[in-house]
Design a protein around this ligand. Sequence first.
Ligand SMILES: [Zn+2]
Length: 294
Amino acid sequence: MSAPLRLMAVHAHPDDESSKGAATMARYVREGVEVLVCTLTGGERGSVLNPKMDRPEIVADIGEVRRAEMARAREILGVEQRFMGFVDSGLPENEEEELPEGCFALQKLEDASAPLVAAVRAFRPHVIITYDDDGGYPHPDHIMTNKVSVEAFDAAGDPDRYPGSGDPWQPLKLYYQMGFTKERFEALHEAMNERGLGSPYADWISRWEDRPAKWPVTTRVPCGDYFQIRDEALLAHATQVDPDGFWFVCPRELQEEIWPTEDYHLARSLVDTALPEDDLFAGIHADDVSPACH
Ligand SMILES: [Zn+2]
């Protein structure tokens, strides 16, 4: 192909890009694809989740600390990254708790989508990755991230929508990231038990409802060789990721052997492609790929 392919990943907070689809991005970047991460909020309301980093001077300056962490993760992954400028909504402790005024999840859809539409028109991605409509995990910012990503995918190519935010550009495929599937955790759980490592996932798996997936996996991207880069990027988010915690319980070598892919649901496609796929760009041909205009 003459012009490079371009991939955009839309995320709610700094650190989400390193825990959802990071090895996929690391692989594509190293294969010559241009990758842009759009981070909708600054993560200002994230708690410090790593006890080793829970110090007053860090808590007091969490916005700045998280920007520095994001810059480091971006370098490790090798991607471009931009903040879309919204304020973290925080994770409510119960259903009655009201979201803070002005936060991302309370924005009108059009206001919340405008910077992303502009980013799509400027970067001109062929493929966009985001979360499913449950947000992948029920944080109000993650659910809103799904809504604005779908809106941007549908509207960025329409010259009558979002006037003044650049020349129209229609991305070709939209994916939902499907990292937290029952099958994947069951496979890792079994492998850990077989090897006498003791799995911490039993309780969690037993509470998982046994029903057909709302968004079945259509696409598995082989990227086990990039799990190390993924882990390094995750560790760069030191306030959010405990090196002795959840993310690192299952040895990386075991993940590479048992589940060496990151998985996706193809939510929209304007090209013909045969399912299942092993490449996010499957079905996209040289004719579809026009040069970027940054
Ligand atoms: Zn998040």
